[in-house]
Design a protein around this ligand. Structure first.
Ligand code: PEP
Ligand code: MG
Length: 592
């Protein structure tokens, strides 16, 4: 019988498919000892499952972009290292060969043994690695089960399925999306979770907080996931299906309409030109950025290069990556951010200070780079060399105070002198800017402006530091809200200080690419946005509907708001959007 389960929209869209409930404990493992004649064949199954797990991780890495890619890549790296760990592999082989364990039983035994070892560690960082060990071994177990059990093989094919889960890890979601998954219904979860951000960037409709989903929906039930109205319809009727088809037709027309905007100028309704830059890390991002008519790259996160590398990337390796990016953008400006590693990220290079109690408040970004001047200078030399191939700007992450910018400038000067002595070509100018993501830098921005040619506001971090709310903690969604008045006042202060100093200010956090914040950012006076390239057309389209002069005239009023609810209501009033938004303020969907 038709049933409607309400939920919160985490990623807009609709999907019709068969329900697949996630029950991770479904695997039953055969614990009978192996006969001598079975050993070689079982070893082969084990090795094949390990190889499948490695391949899945590689494929997963190729699919991710932007901030989330960096975060997901951290544990992909950690997992890949574990899958190549000689001790672990030898231990498993020995258990099968000598101990006559079946591979599934051997994996479970190793998983439980290793997680007990990690659990007992004093160092909180190492203790937290327990989860990685469990996740990676579970991945191998699942690959093994898919080889041996027809039921699991069926489960591996996600084509036409809607996943029903309590919550889902970002890596799993990215992987499933690649195997034909249509959408996700979470019985708990938050719109600010990494999985929700990932769903938006993958274009997968998603509901969270659909309380009764796991008890009311059963495997293979037909479900209409309506992440436009915010509900899951179990056993939809003919009328529901007609509604779905009408939505599909509309989405197709909207997609085509947006595609036409690829080469259109970016202007507000009252004709003000706005610059749209791309946050680009991969060749695919660069291609999308150019295809959508980006004005350049506003953020290139160089830590990717370091995270995917065993040991440090050499000057030449870095030079080639930066030069290819610069050439790929065909003369448009490219903003290269210097290394932003910290103790919260696994780094194969081994630079990061381990065991810090508060890694987000620790030695990360420029603080880390300045601790290793030789490593930093290698990066600086590579950037200087690449800057001969097109216009480049350099962005410094996690700046707190002017002396850091002064130190970076000095290192650039020294590297220039060195390269000059080596008769290597140098760019005439190389603008240097600071990321504004530490509250002290934002409040005292005028002091920094004296040493910066431009600024870029990193709202993902700035919001977490201003609000003392971890950007990854789903439990804090009522606090981690970009409409918090304290945060708005700080943004306005940075943007207007930059304008007064006649220095460009861009914004490269998630909200730059979220059309629900476009009007807000215009109210605050922003005219350079940098976002995931997949969002450029939607933001360009939204800008064309907004009257900048009208919005700006309400800035003072908006900045007087006392609460984020009040700010949201004012913004709706100012933009004439009295009906309120459907679902989450972050749920912009993705019409790629
Ligand atoms: C930010 O903090 O807003 C930002 C763009 O940098 P990242 O997400 O890489 O920390
Ligand atoms: Mg940041």
């Amino acid at each position: 019988m038709r049933q409607i389960l309400p939920g919160t929209i985490a990623a807009h869209g609709m999907a019709l498919g068969r329900a697949r409930l996630v029950q991770p404990s479904r695997y039953s493992v055969d614990t009978r000892p192996l006969g001598d004649d079975e050993i070689e064949q079982e070893i082969e199954l084990l090795h094949r499952a390990l190889e499948t797990a490695r391949r899945e991780l590689r494929e997963l890495r190729g699919k991710l972009h932007g901030t989330l890619a960096r975060e997901v890549n951290e544990f992909i790296d950690a997992h890949s290292l574990l899958l190549d760990d000689e001790e672990l592999l030898r231990g498993l082989d020995d258990m099968v060969r000598i101990g006559h364990y079946r591979p599934g039983a051997a994996l479970i035994k190793q998983r439980d043994r290793l997680s007990a070892v990690f659990e007992a560690m004093d160092d909180p960082y190492l203790r937290s690695r327990k989860e990685d060990v469990e996740q990676v071994i579970n991945r191998v177990i699942s690959a093994l089960q898919r080889q041996t059990s027809p039921e699991e093989r069926k489960l591996a094919a996600r084509v036409g399925e809607i996943l029903i889960a309590d919550s889902i890890a970002p890596a799993e979601m990215a992987q499933l999306a690649g195997s034909g998954l249509l959408g996700v219904i979470g019985s708990s979860g938050s719109v600010y979770s990494h999985s929700a951000i990932l769903a938006r960037s993958l274009g997968l409709p998603m509901l969270v907080g659909t309380r009764d989903a796991l008890s009311e929906i059963h495997d293979d039930d037909l479900v209409l996931l309506d992440a436009e109205r915010g509900e899951a319809v179990v056993h939809p009727t003919a009328q529901d299906l007609a509604h779905y088809r009408a939505w599909q037709r509309g989405a197709l027309i909207e997609g085509r309409r947006l595609a036409k905007l690829a080469n259109a100028p970016t202007r507000t309704r009252d004709g003000i030109e706005i610059s749209l830059y791309a946050n680009a890390e991969t060749a695919a991002d660069v291609a999308t950025a150019r295809a959508r008519g980006a004005d350049g790259v506003g953020l290139y996160r160089t830590e990717f290069l370091f995270l995917k590398h065993k040991g440090l990337p050499s000057e030449d390796e870095q030079f080639i990556a930066y030069r290819d990016l610069v050439m790929g953008m065909g003369g448009l400006p490219v903003t290269i951010r210097t290394l932003d590693l910290g103790a919260d990220k696994a780094d194969a290079a081994g630079l990061v200070v381990r065991g810090e109690d508060n890694p987000a408040l620790g030695v990360r970004g420029v603080r880390l780079s300045l601790r290793y001047p030789a490593v930093f200078s290698t990066q600086i030399r590579a950037i200087l060399r690449a800057a001969c191939y097109g216009p480049v700007r350099v962005l410094v992450p996690m700046v707190t105070q002017p002396d850091e910018m002064i130190a970076v400038r000095t290192l650039f000067k020294l590297a220039r002198q060195e390269l000059e002595r080596e008769n290597i070509d140098l760019p005439e100018i190389l603008p240097l800017g600071a990321m504004i993501e530490v509250p002290a830098a934002a409040i005292n921005v005028r002091a920094l402006l004296a040493y910066c040619d431009f600024l870029s506001i990193g709202t993902n971090d700035l919001a977490q530091y201003v609000l003392a709310a971890d950007r990854g903690n789903d439990a804090l969604e009522n606090i981690y809200n970009p409409l918090q008045p304290a945060f708005l006042r700080l943004l306005s202060h940075v943007i207007s200080s930059g304008r007064r100093a006649r220095k460009p200010v861009s914004l490269c956090g998630e909200i730059a690419g979220d059309v629900n914040f476009t009007a807000l950012l215009l109210v605050l006076g922003l005219n350079e946005f940098s976002m995931h390239p997949g969002q450029i057309l939607q933001v360009r389209d939204r800008l064309a509907t907004l009257d900048r002069a009208h919005l700006r005239s309400h800035a003072t009023q908006l900045l007087r708001a006392f609460t984020h609810e009040e700010a949201e209501a004012m913004l709706a009033e100012i933009t004439g959007n009295h009906g309120g938004r459907s679902g989450s303020i972050l749920g912009t969907g993705n019409l790629e």
